[in-house]
Ligand binder design. Structure first.
Ligand code: 6DK
Ligand code: ZN
Length: 367
Protein backbone atom coordinates (compact mmCIF):
# COMPACT_ATOMS: atom_id res chain seq x y z
CA UNK A 1 0.00 0.00 0.00
CA UNK A 2 1.62 3.24 -1.13
CA UNK A 3 1.52 6.44 0.84
CA UNK A 4 -0.56 8.94 -1.12
CA UNK A 5 0.93 12.43 -1.24
CA UNK A 6 -1.56 15.25 -1.92
CA UNK A 7 -0.01 18.40 -3.29
CA UNK A 8 -0.73 21.37 -5.52
CA UNK A 9 1.92 23.84 -6.63
CA UNK A 10 -0.54 26.73 -6.37
CA UNK A 11 0.29 26.72 -2.66
CA UNK A 12 3.69 28.20 -3.54
CA UNK A 13 1.92 31.49 -4.40
CA UNK A 14 1.56 32.46 -0.73
CA UNK A 15 4.38 34.91 0.09
CA UNK A 16 4.44 35.88 3.74
CA UNK A 17 7.11 38.54 3.20
CA UNK A 18 10.51 39.16 4.75
CA UNK A 19 12.14 40.24 7.94
CA UNK A 20 10.04 38.77 10.75
CA UNK A 21 13.23 38.18 12.73
CA UNK A 22 14.12 41.92 12.71
CA UNK A 23 13.09 44.36 15.44
CA UNK A 24 9.68 45.25 14.05
CA UNK A 25 10.65 48.94 14.25
CA UNK A 26 10.76 51.27 11.29
CA UNK A 27 13.50 51.42 10.15
CA UNK A 28 14.58 47.97 11.26
CA UNK A 29 18.07 47.21 12.54
CA UNK A 30 19.09 44.95 9.66
CA UNK A 31 19.87 45.56 6.00
CA UNK A 32 19.70 41.93 4.93
CA UNK A 33 16.35 40.44 5.84
CA UNK A 34 15.65 36.74 5.84
CA UNK A 35 12.67 35.35 4.03
CA UNK A 36 9.69 34.74 6.25
CA UNK A 37 10.39 31.34 7.83
CA UNK A 38 7.18 29.96 6.34
CA UNK A 39 8.26 30.36 2.73
CA UNK A 40 7.70 28.46 -0.49
CA UNK A 41 11.29 27.17 -0.68
CA UNK A 42 10.91 24.97 2.41
CA UNK A 43 8.02 23.16 0.77
CA UNK A 44 9.80 22.99 -2.60
CA UNK A 45 12.51 20.99 -0.83
CA UNK A 46 9.94 18.71 0.76
CA UNK A 47 8.46 18.00 -2.66
CA UNK A 48 11.86 17.35 -4.19
CA UNK A 49 13.12 15.00 -1.48
CA UNK A 50 9.94 12.95 -1.73
CA UNK A 51 10.23 12.80 -5.52
CA UNK A 52 13.96 12.09 -5.69
CA UNK A 53 14.80 10.46 -2.35
CA UNK A 54 14.85 6.70 -1.67
CA UNK A 55 11.27 6.86 -0.40
CA UNK A 56 10.00 7.74 -3.91
CA UNK A 57 8.96 4.18 -4.90
CA UNK A 58 6.71 3.96 -1.84
CA UNK A 59 4.73 7.09 -2.71
CA UNK A 60 1.94 7.94 -5.13
CA UNK A 61 1.19 11.55 -6.11
CA UNK A 62 -2.23 13.16 -6.24
CA UNK A 63 -3.32 16.65 -7.10
CA UNK A 64 -4.96 18.82 -4.46
CA UNK A 65 -7.79 21.26 -5.12
CA UNK A 66 -9.16 24.46 -3.62
CA UNK A 67 -11.78 24.21 -0.89
CA UNK A 68 -15.19 25.78 -1.50
CA UNK A 69 -16.02 28.55 0.97
CA UNK A 70 -18.96 26.43 2.20
CA UNK A 71 -16.59 23.59 3.17
CA UNK A 72 -14.84 25.87 5.66
CA UNK A 73 -17.85 26.36 7.90
CA UNK A 74 -17.52 23.00 9.65
CA UNK A 75 -14.62 24.47 11.63
CA UNK A 76 -14.72 28.26 11.07
CA UNK A 77 -17.39 30.89 11.65
CA UNK A 78 -18.93 32.59 8.64
CA UNK A 79 -17.90 36.00 10.08
CA UNK A 80 -14.26 34.96 10.09
CA UNK A 81 -14.39 33.54 6.57
CA UNK A 82 -16.03 36.78 5.44
CA UNK A 83 -13.15 38.71 7.07
CA UNK A 84 -10.63 36.64 5.08
CA UNK A 85 -12.53 37.10 1.83
CA UNK A 86 -12.68 40.85 2.45
CA UNK A 87 -8.97 41.05 3.27
CA UNK A 88 -8.17 39.20 0.07
CA UNK A 89 -10.43 41.50 -1.96
CA UNK A 90 -8.80 44.57 -0.43
CA UNK A 91 -5.29 43.35 -1.20
CA UNK A 92 -3.32 42.53 1.91
CA UNK A 93 -3.68 42.43 5.67
CA UNK A 94 -1.53 41.73 8.69
CA UNK A 95 -3.64 39.54 11.00
CA UNK A 96 -1.13 39.25 13.81
CA UNK A 97 2.60 38.90 14.47
CA UNK A 98 4.15 37.11 11.48
CA UNK A 99 0.76 36.39 9.89
CA UNK A 100 0.34 38.22 6.59
CA UNK A 101 -2.34 37.68 3.98
CA UNK A 102 -0.83 38.94 0.73
CA UNK A 103 -2.06 38.69 -2.87
CA UNK A 104 -1.87 34.98 -3.62
CA UNK A 105 -2.25 33.94 0.01
CA UNK A 106 -5.99 33.32 0.01
CA UNK A 107 -5.80 31.12 -3.07
CA UNK A 108 -3.02 29.13 -1.41
CA UNK A 109 -4.96 28.85 1.85
CA UNK A 110 -8.00 27.51 -0.01
CA UNK A 111 -5.73 25.00 -1.77
CA UNK A 112 -4.20 23.91 1.55
CA UNK A 113 -7.64 23.29 3.04
CA UNK A 114 -9.02 21.57 -0.07
CA UNK A 115 -5.90 19.46 -0.54
CA UNK A 116 -6.17 18.24 3.06
CA UNK A 117 -9.82 17.39 2.45
CA UNK A 118 -8.84 15.44 -0.69
CA UNK A 119 -6.25 13.55 1.32
CA UNK A 120 -8.67 12.50 4.05
CA UNK A 121 -11.30 11.63 1.44
CA UNK A 122 -8.78 9.28 -0.19
CA UNK A 123 -8.75 7.33 3.09
CA UNK A 124 -12.48 7.63 3.78
CA UNK A 125 -13.32 6.35 0.29
CA UNK A 126 -11.10 3.33 0.84
CA UNK A 127 -8.50 4.15 -1.81
CA UNK A 128 -5.64 3.70 0.65
CA UNK A 129 -4.70 3.76 4.33
CA UNK A 130 -1.97 6.38 4.32
CA UNK A 131 -2.33 9.90 2.98
CA UNK A 132 -0.13 12.93 3.45
CA UNK A 133 -1.34 16.48 2.81
CA UNK A 134 1.75 18.50 1.87
CA UNK A 135 0.23 21.90 2.47
CA UNK A 136 0.96 25.55 3.21
CA UNK A 137 0.03 27.97 4.66
CA UNK A 138 -0.13 25.85 7.82
CA UNK A 139 -3.27 25.51 9.92
CA UNK A 140 -2.94 24.35 13.51
CA UNK A 141 -3.01 27.82 15.11
CA UNK A 142 -6.05 28.92 13.08
CA UNK A 143 -9.02 29.11 15.42
CA UNK A 144 -12.71 29.02 14.57
CA UNK A 145 -12.76 32.84 14.67
CA UNK A 146 -9.18 33.95 14.17
CA UNK A 147 -5.97 33.74 12.13
CA UNK A 148 -2.86 33.13 14.23
CA UNK A 149 0.80 32.09 13.93
CA UNK A 150 1.14 31.99 10.10
CA UNK A 151 -2.19 30.10 9.87
CA UNK A 152 -5.51 31.12 8.28
CA UNK A 153 -7.54 27.92 7.85
CA UNK A 154 -7.29 24.91 10.12
CA UNK A 155 -6.53 22.26 7.51
CA UNK A 156 -6.40 19.32 9.91
CA UNK A 157 -9.51 20.47 11.78
CA UNK A 158 -11.50 20.62 8.55
CA UNK A 159 -10.37 17.08 7.70
CA UNK A 160 -11.45 15.84 11.14
CA UNK A 161 -14.93 17.25 10.54
CA UNK A 162 -15.16 15.56 7.16
CA UNK A 163 -14.21 12.25 8.79
CA UNK A 164 -16.88 12.72 11.48
CA UNK A 165 -19.47 13.67 8.85
CA UNK A 166 -18.53 10.56 6.89
CA UNK A 167 -19.36 8.30 9.80
CA UNK A 168 -16.15 7.93 11.77
CA UNK A 169 -17.37 8.22 15.34
CA UNK A 170 -14.02 8.95 17.01
CA UNK A 171 -10.95 10.71 15.63
CA UNK A 172 -7.63 11.37 17.39
CA UNK A 173 -5.18 14.12 16.48
CA UNK A 174 -1.50 13.89 17.46
CA UNK A 175 0.42 17.12 16.77
CA UNK A 176 4.23 17.06 16.96
CA UNK A 177 4.88 20.53 15.52
CA UNK A 178 7.09 22.31 18.07
CA UNK A 179 4.30 24.84 18.70
CA UNK A 180 1.07 24.10 20.53
CA UNK A 181 -1.79 23.25 18.16
CA UNK A 182 -4.01 25.74 19.94
CA UNK A 183 -6.40 26.30 17.05
CA UNK A 184 -7.15 22.62 16.65
CA UNK A 185 -7.51 22.17 20.41
CA UNK A 186 -9.95 25.09 20.58
CA UNK A 187 -12.07 23.79 17.72
CA UNK A 188 -12.68 20.48 19.49
CA UNK A 189 -12.35 21.63 23.11
CA UNK A 190 -15.97 20.83 24.03
CA UNK A 191 -16.23 17.59 22.08
CA UNK A 192 -15.73 14.04 23.35
CA UNK A 193 -15.45 12.39 19.94
CA UNK A 194 -12.19 14.11 19.00
CA UNK A 195 -9.14 13.55 21.18
CA UNK A 196 -6.57 16.27 20.57
CA UNK A 197 -2.99 15.66 21.70
CA UNK A 198 -0.13 18.12 21.23
CA UNK A 199 3.57 17.84 22.10
CA UNK A 200 5.22 21.26 22.08
CA UNK A 201 7.69 23.70 23.62
CA UNK A 202 6.63 24.59 27.11
CA UNK A 203 5.44 28.20 27.21
CA UNK A 204 8.11 30.34 28.82
CA UNK A 205 10.95 27.93 27.99
CA UNK A 206 12.07 30.27 25.19
CA UNK A 207 11.45 33.98 24.57
CA UNK A 208 9.24 34.31 21.50
CA UNK A 209 7.54 30.96 21.98
CA UNK A 210 4.11 30.80 20.50
CA UNK A 211 1.30 30.60 21.56
CA UNK A 212 1.13 31.55 25.23
CA UNK A 213 -0.96 28.53 26.14
CA UNK A 214 -0.71 24.75 26.00
CA UNK A 215 -0.23 23.88 29.64
CA UNK A 216 -1.03 20.47 31.03
CA UNK A 217 -4.10 21.71 32.92
CA UNK A 218 -5.95 22.63 29.70
CA UNK A 219 -7.83 19.35 29.41
CA UNK A 220 -11.04 20.28 27.60
CA UNK A 221 -14.37 21.61 28.76
CA UNK A 222 -17.89 20.31 29.33
CA UNK A 223 -18.44 17.11 27.39
CA UNK A 224 -14.88 17.48 26.09
CA UNK A 225 -13.32 17.31 29.56
CA UNK A 226 -10.45 14.84 29.34
CA UNK A 227 -10.27 14.94 25.54
CA UNK A 228 -7.43 17.43 25.16
CA UNK A 229 -3.97 16.25 26.19
CA UNK A 230 -1.20 18.85 26.27
CA UNK A 231 2.39 17.68 26.57
CA UNK A 232 4.52 20.80 27.07
CA UNK A 233 8.16 19.68 27.02
CA UNK A 234 11.20 21.52 28.29
CA UNK A 235 13.55 23.28 25.97
CA UNK A 236 16.11 20.90 24.45
CA UNK A 237 13.94 17.79 24.46
CA UNK A 238 15.21 15.33 21.87
CA UNK A 239 14.81 11.83 20.45
CA UNK A 240 14.82 10.02 23.80
CA UNK A 241 12.46 12.46 25.49
CA UNK A 242 9.96 12.43 22.65
CA UNK A 243 10.00 8.63 22.42
CA UNK A 244 9.37 8.45 26.15
CA UNK A 245 6.49 10.93 25.92
CA UNK A 246 4.98 8.97 23.04
CA UNK A 247 5.20 5.65 24.86
CA UNK A 248 4.18 6.87 28.31
CA UNK A 249 1.47 9.39 27.40
CA UNK A 250 0.33 9.32 23.80
CA UNK A 251 0.10 5.55 23.30
CA UNK A 252 -1.92 4.89 26.48
CA UNK A 253 -4.26 7.82 25.71
CA UNK A 254 -4.89 6.54 22.18
CA UNK A 255 -5.31 2.96 23.40
CA UNK A 256 -7.95 4.13 25.84
CA UNK A 257 -9.75 6.33 23.30
CA UNK A 258 -9.74 3.79 20.44
CA UNK A 259 -10.06 6.21 17.52
CA UNK A 260 -11.31 5.09 14.13
CA UNK A 261 -8.95 7.48 12.39
CA UNK A 262 -5.57 8.92 13.37
CA UNK A 263 -4.61 12.41 12.22
CA UNK A 264 -0.86 12.91 12.51
CA UNK A 265 -0.03 16.62 12.44
CA UNK A 266 3.65 16.98 11.60
CA UNK A 267 6.06 19.89 11.93
CA UNK A 268 9.81 19.56 11.45
CA UNK A 269 10.37 22.63 13.62
CA UNK A 270 10.95 20.27 16.58
CA UNK A 271 14.30 19.40 14.98
CA UNK A 272 17.64 20.30 16.49
CA UNK A 273 18.36 22.84 13.76
CA UNK A 274 15.17 24.81 13.54
CA UNK A 275 15.35 28.62 13.87
CA UNK A 276 11.81 28.76 15.26
CA UNK A 277 12.05 26.02 17.85
CA UNK A 278 14.36 24.92 20.62
CA UNK A 279 13.85 21.18 20.63
CA UNK A 280 16.41 18.62 19.49
CA UNK A 281 14.74 15.91 17.43
CA UNK A 282 16.84 14.30 14.71
CA UNK A 283 15.79 12.15 11.76
CA UNK A 284 16.07 9.11 14.02
CA UNK A 285 13.55 10.53 16.48
CA UNK A 286 11.15 11.51 13.72
CA UNK A 287 11.42 8.01 12.22
CA UNK A 288 10.64 6.48 15.61
CA UNK A 289 7.62 8.71 16.18
CA UNK A 290 6.37 7.75 12.72
CA UNK A 291 6.72 4.05 13.60
CA UNK A 292 4.83 4.51 16.86
CA UNK A 293 2.00 6.30 15.03
CA UNK A 294 1.83 3.43 12.53
CA UNK A 295 1.64 0.80 15.26
CA UNK A 296 -1.25 2.67 16.92
CA UNK A 297 -3.04 2.94 13.57
CA UNK A 298 -2.58 -0.79 12.98
CA UNK A 299 -4.11 -1.42 16.40
CA UNK A 300 -7.10 0.95 16.18
CA UNK A 301 -7.83 2.41 12.77
CA UNK A 302 -7.11 -0.42 10.31
CA UNK A 303 -3.75 1.21 9.64
CA UNK A 304 -5.33 4.46 8.53
CA UNK A 305 -3.40 7.69 9.12
CA UNK A 306 -3.95 11.13 7.66
CA UNK A 307 -0.71 13.11 7.90
CA UNK A 308 -0.96 16.91 7.71
CA UNK A 309 1.99 19.27 7.22
CA UNK A 310 2.51 22.25 9.54
CA UNK A 311 5.78 24.08 10.32
CA UNK A 312 9.47 23.19 9.79
CA UNK A 313 11.81 26.01 8.86
CA UNK A 314 15.32 24.67 8.32
CA UNK A 315 15.47 24.84 4.56
CA UNK A 316 17.04 21.39 4.09
CA UNK A 317 16.84 19.46 7.35
CA UNK A 318 13.06 19.85 7.46
CA UNK A 319 12.83 17.89 4.21
CA UNK A 320 15.09 15.17 5.58
CA UNK A 321 13.07 14.92 8.80
CA UNK A 322 9.88 14.65 6.76
CA UNK A 323 11.46 11.82 4.76
CA UNK A 324 12.37 10.04 8.02
CA UNK A 325 8.88 10.53 9.49
CA UNK A 326 7.23 9.02 6.43
CA UNK A 327 9.74 6.14 6.46
CA UNK A 328 8.57 5.46 10.00
CA UNK A 329 4.90 5.58 9.03
CA UNK A 330 5.60 3.15 6.17
CA UNK A 331 7.21 0.85 8.74
CA UNK A 332 10.11 -0.10 6.47
CA UNK A 333 12.58 -2.73 7.65
CA UNK A 334 15.64 -0.49 7.64
CA UNK A 335 16.28 3.25 7.41
CA UNK A 336 16.47 4.42 3.80
CA UNK A 337 18.22 7.72 4.25
CA UNK A 338 21.22 8.72 6.36
CA UNK A 339 21.20 11.86 8.43
CA UNK A 340 23.37 14.47 6.67
CA UNK A 341 23.78 16.76 9.67
CA UNK A 342 22.95 15.39 13.06
CA UNK A 343 25.55 13.45 14.92
CA UNK A 344 25.56 13.29 18.65
CA UNK A 345 27.91 11.14 20.72
CA UNK A 346 26.31 9.20 23.55
CA UNK A 347 27.86 11.49 26.12
CA UNK A 348 30.87 13.72 26.56
CA UNK A 349 33.34 11.17 27.85
CA UNK A 350 35.03 11.22 24.44
CA UNK A 351 35.33 15.03 24.63
CA UNK A 352 37.05 14.68 28.00
CA UNK A 353 39.44 12.08 26.60
CA UNK A 354 40.34 14.43 23.76
CA UNK A 355 40.91 17.29 26.22
CA UNK A 356 43.22 15.03 28.25
CA UNK A 357 45.16 14.10 25.11
CA UNK A 358 45.56 17.77 24.13
CA UNK A 359 46.67 18.58 27.67
CA UNK A 360 49.42 15.95 27.47
CA UNK A 361 50.52 16.95 23.98
CA UNK A 362 50.67 20.60 25.07
CA UNK A 363 52.74 19.76 28.15
CA UNK A 364 55.15 17.66 26.12
CA UNK A 365 55.59 20.15 23.30
CA UNK A 366 56.06 23.33 25.33
CA UNK A 367 59.72 23.74 26.33
N1 6DK B 1 7.22 35.17 17.11
C1 6DK B 1 3.83 26.93 13.22
O1 6DK B 1 5.11 26.42 12.99
C2 6DK B 1 3.82 28.44 13.28
O2 6DK B 1 3.37 26.36 14.40
C3 6DK B 1 4.72 29.02 14.35
C4 6DK B 1 4.45 30.46 14.58
C5 6DK B 1 5.51 31.05 15.49
C6 6DK B 1 5.28 32.49 15.67
C7 6DK B 1 6.46 33.06 16.34
C8 6DK B 1 6.16 34.50 16.71
C9 6DK B 1 7.19 36.46 17.55
C10 6DK B 1 6.15 36.98 18.27
C11 6DK B 1 6.19 38.29 18.69
C12 6DK B 1 7.28 39.08 18.40
C13 6DK B 1 8.33 38.54 17.70
C14 6DK B 1 8.30 37.23 17.28
F1 6DK B 1 1.73 26.90 12.28
C15 6DK B 1 2.94 26.51 12.08
F2 6DK B 1 3.39 26.99 10.95
F3 6DK B 1 2.92 25.20 11.97
O3 6DK B 1 5.10 34.96 16.68
ZN1 ZN C 1 5.40 25.23 14.52
Amino acid sequence: DKLAVFWHEGMLAHDAGRGVFDSGRDPGFLDVLDQHPENADRVRNMVSILRRGPIAPFLSWHSGRPAHASELLSFHSSEYIEELVQANATGAKKFCEGTFLNPGSWGAALLAAGTTLSAVKHILDGHGNLAYALVRPPGHHAQPNRADGYCFLNNAGLAVHLALDSGRSKVAVVDIDVHYGNGTAEGFYRMDNVLTISLHMRHGSWGPSHPQSGSVDEIGEGKGLGYNLNIPLPNGSGDAGYEYAMNELVVPAIDKFQPQLLVFVVGQDSSAFDPNGRQCLTMEGYRKIGQIMRSMADRHSNGQILIVQEGGYHISYSAYCLHATLEGVLDLDAPLLDDPIAYYPEDERYTMKVVDMIKNTWKESVP
